[in-house]
Write a protein that binds this ligand. Structure first.
Ligand code: IMP
Ligand code: MG
Length: 172
């Protein structure tokens, strides 16, 4: 059985989410913000983030697959679910749980830009630079993490552990 080593407690996550939400609320005050969560890992972060915003926002989800059931990126990203909201001329903020190699985010940004939004920015709860292979400009970073495979608070390993309220390093 893999071991779960605590990385972020509930209180720490809550503080991070509130802080990011405040920055977003200030920056998007006079804009038409559309949050686009990357399925499935971002769904818990996104739902907490939205509830901390002091401005209005619409929400939608995009699906991308790169991982299969392993822990390393396949480098081949496929858009598995597109969005239903028209983002033409709107301000889009992509919300991700964790950015690792960068392959997923680079492809999602390119796809969303092709739909003609006014702006596309990126928000991630966790920025894991250890294995970064594609340069991604991240506008809002919850916190940086050194390395390792993380689970909990939406993040999974083979679809497990998403429901844990804290974030753990999964040690094999
Ligand atoms: P990237 O394309 O390598 O940046 O990987 C991004 C996707 O892989 C993200 O959407 C994450 O959901 C998933 N991922 C990357 N690192 C981890 C991790 O440590 N735990 C769980 N999922 C991860
Ligand atoms: Mg993900």
């Amino acid at each position: 059985m893999p071991e779960l080593i605590p990385v972020l407690e509930k209180d720490e996550i809550h503080k991070i989410v509130a802080d990011v939400a405040q920055r977003i609320s200030t920056d998007y005050q006079d804009k038409e913000l559309i949050l686009i969560g990357v399925l499935k890992g971002s769904f818990i972060f996104l739902s907490d983030l939205m509830r901390h915003l002091s401005i209005g926002a619409k929400v939608d989800f995009i699906g991308a697959s790169s991982y299969g059931s392993g822990t390393s990126s396949s480098e081949q990203v496929k858009i598995t679910k597109t969005i239903g909201i028209d983002i033409r001329g709107k301000d889009v903020l992509v919300v991700e749980d964790i950015i690792d190699t960068g392959f997923t985010m680079v492809d999602i940004i390119a796809y969303l830009k092709s739909l003609g939004p006014r702006s596309v920015k990126v928000c991630t709860l966790l920025d894991k630079k250890e294995r970064r292979k594609r340069a991604v400009h991240i506008d809002y970073i919850g916190t940086k993490v050194e390395k390792g495979f993380l689970v909990g608070y939406g993040l999974d390993f083979d679809e497990n552990y998403r429901n844990l309220p804290e974030i753990y390093h999964l040690k094999f």
